[in-house]
Design a protein around this ligand. Structure first.
Ligand code: SF4
Length: 400
């Protein structure tokens, strides 16, 4: 019988080696990383002020983490003021239960891309409870159809080349697709999802940033799907980790600009600022709501406060999830998110896995890191990932 640790290492090694030998996986990953490098080079020439803005955002994140308790309270008060129901979940189980109670069973749910929802295995949980749940981000939709997991925080299906997408769409939609005709692939997914939006009872989204003072969630997206998820169903659930909170809207917008730039967008397709449900009141005091009629905000801790209170690992909680470090990582370029933990990828993901899932799950990724520091150089906030990997290695060795 293999010990628990050996099982984790074997599973990691098997997946790692399979990805290395999988030509299609390597094609997708190489195309994505090369395209990112190309776009980023041009973007930093066109917007040379971006690194300076990133320095400012680093200070914003430091201030936010320093005052996290106060900002959590402020966020909850601000959202309540807009009429939202607010919840604080200490861990993944609590978050799932809260959302499960709100949604119940037998509902149609449409989701925006959210790595935090992957962290708590929300889609699987809601489906198990008897709901129909659809990912609406194209990359996440592909991942859902493949029963796979995201390989990158911004481009979850970067390891799936268009040839494989055509294959899975042929099975799903029962018709032929030309892999070179990308617009036809996109159209097929959009047409399928359109019907789901209009029949959905609930929308679920994450947040790229949250402004505490004003009580607003800021989301950056490129496909327009978040607009449908947030504005068509009657009720909207926003699930966000507490590390997404910054003091106010101005700081949130600066943070959002840095996230989108380092995700390689000059300007992302859409920026949403979502506060409370909106209504019009007539002379008799009757309220007519626009959609969504109700907003639920679920703030998730799940180890984040522990990370923020750990002087040696605090820096990891500043992470913006822009995904820039992953594209520049030597190991990621070969096996994408197979280098990482059950949810979070690459070096920064190894640190998050250590905090969220514990030493056992994190150890293989912690020891995969080459400590070459490319991630730190690319990171807009200059987060010192190799330093923290060394700290965790020392802790793992001392706990033996
Ligand atoms: S560690 Fe830095 S580069 Fe990597 S995702 Fe976080 S903010 Fe972006």
């Amino acid at each position: 019988m293999l010990s628990e640790a050996k099982k984790v290492w074997k599973k990691y090694y098997d997946e790692f080696s399979k990805a290395m030998r999988d030509k299609s996986f390597r094609t997708g990953t190489t195309r994505a990383t090369e395209s990112y490098e190309h776009k980023m080079k041009k973007l930093l020439v066109e917007y040379p002020e971006t690194p300076e803005l990133a320095k400012e955002v680093r200070k914003i994140k430091e201030e936010a983490v320093e005052n996290i308790d106060e900002l959590i309270n402020k966020t909850m008060e601000s959202f309540k003021r807009h009429g939202a129901d607010v919840y604080y979940a200490k861990n993944a189980e609590e978050a799932r239960e809260i959302i499960g109670k709100i949604i119940g069973t037998g509902k149609i749910v449409v989701k925006g891309k959210s790595i935090t929802s992957e962290e708590i295995r929300l889609r699987e949980y809601l489906i198990e409870k008897g709901n129909e749940v659809w990912e609406t981000d194209l990359g996440e939709f592909i991942i859902q159809l493949l029963h796979d997991r995201p390989m990158h925080v911004v481009t979850p299906s970067l390891h799936v080349p268009r040839e494989k997408v055509a294959e899975i769409f042929e099975k799903t939609f029962k018709r032929k697709f030309d892999p070179q005709d990308v617009p036809a692939l996109v159209r097929a997914a959009s047409e399928f999802l359109r019907d789901k939006y209009y029949n959905a009872h609930f929308g679920i989204i994450g947040a790229n940033v949250i402004a505490a003072e004003e009580g607003a969630a800021i989301l950056i997206h490129n496909e327009g799907n978040i607009r449908f998820v947030a504005n068509i169903p009657d009720e909207l659930i926003i699930l966000a980790g507490i590390e997404k909170i910054v003091p106010d809207l101005e700081k949130a917008i600066k943070t959002a600009i840095v996230i989108s730039r380092y995700a390689s967008y000059k300007l992302a397709g859409y920026y949403e600022i979502i506060g409370g449900a909106r209504y019009i009141q007539d002379n008799n005091g009757e309220k007519a709501y626009s959609k969504p009629r109700k907003i639920h905000l679920v703030l998730l801790d799940n180890g984040r406060k522990k990370m923020m209170n750990d002087p040696e690992l605090r820096e990891a909680s500043y992470c913006l999830r822009c995904g820039a470090c992953m594209y520049s990582c030597t190991v990621f370029k070969i096996i994408a998110g197979k280098f990482g933990g059950p949810t979070y990828m690459s070096g920064i993901g190894a640190i998050w896995t250590y905090v969220i899932n514990g030493s056992l799950q994190a150890a293989p990724a912690i020891y995969t890191c080459l400590l070459d520091g490319r991630c730190r150089e690319r990171c807009p906030l200059n987060i010192d990932i190799p330093r923290m990997i060394r700290v965790i290695r020392k802790r793992l060795a001392e706990s033996q």
